[in-house]
Design a protein around this ligand. Structure first.
Ligand code: SF4
Length: 81
């Protein structure tokens, strides 16, 4: 499972941080941080979700109010949003 984070869209409500430890807070910027994410484009970050953390990562994506988090399965199919 792959997770993508659009930092530009993020409005820093931090619901994702409560759902999955892959996200932490950057309170100064008012944005989440995708820990271990590679910057694939300006303000776009991507990483693999470790085994056993898929459910939490999916919850993080689902609670984001602005759809800043996108999840893909191993076949590249978009799961969330
Ligand atoms: S839930 Fe969405 S808007 Fe809120 S901090 Fe996380 S990525 Fe940003």
């Amino acid at each position: 499972m792959r997770i993508e984070f659009n930092r530009e869209t993020c409005i820093g409500m931090f619901q994702c941080v409560d759902e999955w430890s892959g996200f932490t807070q950057d309170p100064d910027a008012g944005k989440a941080i995708l820990e271990g994410g590679d910057e694939s484009a300006p303000d776009r970050f991507v990483r693999e979700v470790p085994e056993g953390e898929e459910f939490d990562a999916e919850m993080a994506a689902r609670v984001c109010p602005v759809d800043a988090i996108t999840l893909y399965d191993d076949d590249g199919e978009q799961l969330v949003p």
